[in-house]
Design a protein around this ligand. Structure first.
Ligand SMILES: [Zn+2]
Length: 145
């Protein structure tokens, strides 16, 4: 339990009191009041321990701040790993824009190639290609850039 300096509002008697966080909050909010040991007057807290770095001192199990620090470090590490995993996954499954195996700048370009290059069927007839299959790829491309 942290120690707090107090001063009596009546006689000015200074004292050190040990308070739990719950009790400290109660006193600070005025829900609970401390009594002077010499005049039984109202005792006020001398300082706000929030301004004092007593929480920075680590106990054997590590202080509050060091635990928060460890937690943050763990989260930062984990989000980095997750981001890398996502990146790897996207990279592996990403289809490179192409038309008949010929790499293109983007899917829109691939679609233009497809439109400009008629398909020749088994009987030697030029048939317009169905270029609509490129549409979702173009859409995806546009939304990701
Ligand atoms: Zn007093």
């Amino acid at each position: 339990m942290p120690t707090y300096s107090t001063r009596c509002e009546g006689c000015g008697n200074a004292a050190e009191v040990r308070l739990s966080f719950v009790n400290y909050e109660s006193v600070k909010l005025g829900v609970k009041s401390l009594e002077c040991s010499s005049c039984q007057g109202k005792v006020a807290l001398e300082f706000n321990p929030g301004e004092v770095n007593f929480v920075m001192k680590d106990g054997e199990s590590g202080g509050w701040t060091s635990k928060a620090g460890k937690e943050n470090a763990y989260r930062a590490r984990r989000s980095k790993i997750m981001a890398q995993k996502t990146k790897d996954h996207v990279f592996k499954t990403k289809l490179v824009p192409n038309f008949d195996g010929q790499q293109t700048e983007n899917w829109r370009e691939a679609q233009e190639h497809a439109r400009a290059t008629p398909h020749v069927d088994s009987e030697g007839r030029a048939v317009a290609r169905d270029v609509s299959t490129y549409a979702p790829l173009i859409k995806q491309e546009q939304s990701s850039t």
